[in-house]
Design a protein around this ligand. Sequence first.
Ligand code: 5CA
Length: 447
Amino acid sequence: MRLSKFFLPVLKETPAEASIVSHQLMLRAGMMRQGAAGIYSWLPLGHRVLQKIAQIVREEQNRAGAVEMLMPTIQSADLWRESGRYDAYGAEMLRISDRQEREMLYGPTNEELITEIFRAGVRSYKDLPKMLYHIQWKFRDEIRPRFGVMRGREFLMKDTYSFDLTPEDARKSYYRMFAAYLRTFARMGLRAVPMRADTGPIGGDLSHEFIVLAETGESEVFCHRKLVDMDIPPADTDFDGDLTDIFEGRTSLYAATDEMHDAAEFAQIPAEEQLSARGIEVGHIFYFGNKYSEPMNCKVMGPDGRESLVEMGSYGVGVSRLVGAIIEAHHDESGCNWPVSVAPFHVGLVNLKAGDAETDRVCADIYSKLEQAGIEVLYDDRDARAGEKFATMDLIGLPYQLVVGPRGLKNGVIEVKNRNTGEKQELALDKAVELVSTAILDALKVA
Ligand code: 5CA
């Protein structure tokens, strides 16, 4: 992509309305723009990151055996009356009526709709277990939308729903998702700590929040330090097998959000192993059994020929919130510092003298070689000052910068900068292309 054709409205000043660094950087780097309180347009750069995050979430959901679909954002109030949540949900639900005065709502979550879809399509235990998910916009009329995409009113969520015959099978589904979540966040360069959590309006009694430790996080958390370095399940994990033992064991270590915190229990952990910190909730999983299948009469025929209520769970990832969470974890004073897996582009190619025949030719050559290798390049071909180009590249935080100028070319070299380490080296053109493409393709390998 040529920067002259792209749309990158960067800001020089830090906007006063943004109090945390991820919100500031998303505005400054031209990633998003507020439309109304807690409602954002995703500009091209931010949209690319959002798509990359959604794609990693998707790949790990698919690996764990969940099947993708897409439900609408607008739902009918009737279904929510069946579950009893229409009134219970309160002011957070955006209620709408259509031209026939029918009551509708902008979905804050999808337990009711998926239960209705499932009960219409599945009759027998032989079709179980089943896990279905979608990645769709949600609306919650939060009292205090803040911190940009971290607590929005409209936000992108991945929500998965599991259906099983028995509570034991439902636990297996739960821990499959648990493993998938550890992989998902690790692939984005995040350490997300699973914490026992309150189930709130979703319901149920088994629930974990996945929390990325960050000072600016809204949640207060307490845990055993060992949980922060939990092993990530490898790609060849058998997701058809039973992972319950592995993860139930690991989560027996103390970890709790503020609402679930038990000071006496926490005090039993040796002081040097205690961690109390703040964090960002990037995922939340729930096992709630019959909470929706019962009022909505969602049953399947069991092996004994008798009908039984389906055991359900739901599993959310805050896809748009993750954009902010990743910036909180990966930035420095000059700007964002994206992990390769979610970077909006892999390489920023800087032409220090756009319009000069030789620098133009070399840049075009590098651009096409990198694109052929499958590397995504943002090529700054604008007629602008070097200082401005460098500042923009550091701000948007692409993992590598290749800098091409007439002085270097006289000696047959270009500069390669690693955004993360700050390390710079001068290399011959082909060497530079090779170094950068190898490093990026390696980083993109899924372990
Ligand atoms: N139905 C369940 C699971 S699918 C559910 O809605 N869970 S939730 O309420 O915990 O939301 C799932 C995830 O969405 C949260 O972990 C959080 O990462 C994200 N999320 C929730 N509210 C917001 C918000 N206002 N802005 C941005 N992300 C949010």
